[in-house]
Design a protein around this ligand. Structure first.
Ligand code: MN
Length: 235
């Protein structure tokens, strides 16, 4: 009688994001758009404004929920926020047409692309990948996903972020260089999108550093807000 195959380790936990009104959305992959608001490209002085957007990933277990404490990460002294509209994919595909892209969307959320800006700039200067600056523990706060939204609603609405009650970022999703539908279409030409994918769609200007004790609140009109607190580094 052969032995029943056993897992070498306990099963890896599934990452899920809360759904507004109840339930959870399972997360498969987390994609981010590198540049999508002109005023942020200008403040970063890092690219030709006509460059197409590019994509990178964060590990899905980097997601932290609304209300979470985020320990100040190691390996940086310039830990920064970027508020972003997050698109939750409900139906996958590849080579998705812009005109069909909205039918692949399950919902939307407010997200923050937390960044080690010093490490991101080092990587840029050394022509190395951005990963150390972008893809690390607790780097992807994501608020509750609202389902059934009209995609047109998020084509032109306020996106803001405050630190300790002082507004630091204010933009409008209408300022995106590449629309949500165009982002989905472009990304789906590079990888096969699938249900459970999240796409962080880029940040407007005003990004800046935080320190332990800071309370960060992010808002996008029509979506549940997202609040996190930066806590001291873990021992
Ligand atoms: Mn970003």
């Amino acid at each position: 009688m052969s032995a029943i195959p056993q897992r070498a380790l306990p099963a890896i936990p599934v990452t899920e994001v809360a759904v507004a009104g109840g339930g959870f959305f399972p997360v498969r992959r987390v994609y981010c758009v590198g540049r999508n608001y002109l005023d942020h490209i200008r403040e970063m002085k890092e690219a030709d404004e006509r460059d197409p957007p590019f994509f990178f990933q964060k590990p899905r277990d980097a997601i932290v929920p609304d209300g979470a404490a985020v320990p100040y990460p190691p390996f940086t002294s310039d830990f920064q926020f970027e508020v972003e509209l997050v698109v939750a994919i409900g139906r996958g595909g590849r080579n998705i047409a812009v005109a069909d892209a909205n039918s692949h969307i399950w919902g939307y959320a407010v997200g923050i692309d937390l960044t080690r800006r010093d490490r991101q700039r080092d990587a840029r200067d050394m022509r190395l990948p951005w990963e150390v600056g972008k893809s690390f523990d607790v780097s992807a706060p994501c608020g509750a996903i609202a389902q059934g939204c009209d995609p047109a609603q998020f084509g032109h609405c306020a996106i803001t972020l405050s630190v300790n009650g002082a507004e630091r970022q204010r933009g409008d999703t209408g300022q995106m260089i590449w629309s949500v539908a165009e982002v989905i279409a472009q990304l789906s030409r590079q990888v096969t999108l699938a249900a459970g994918d999240l796409i962080y769609t880029g940040t407007p200007s005003g990004v800046g550093p935080v320190v332990p004790g800071d309370l960060i609140t992010a808002h996008i009109d029509g979506l549940p807000p997202l609040t996190i607190t930066i806590t001291p580094p873990e021992a």
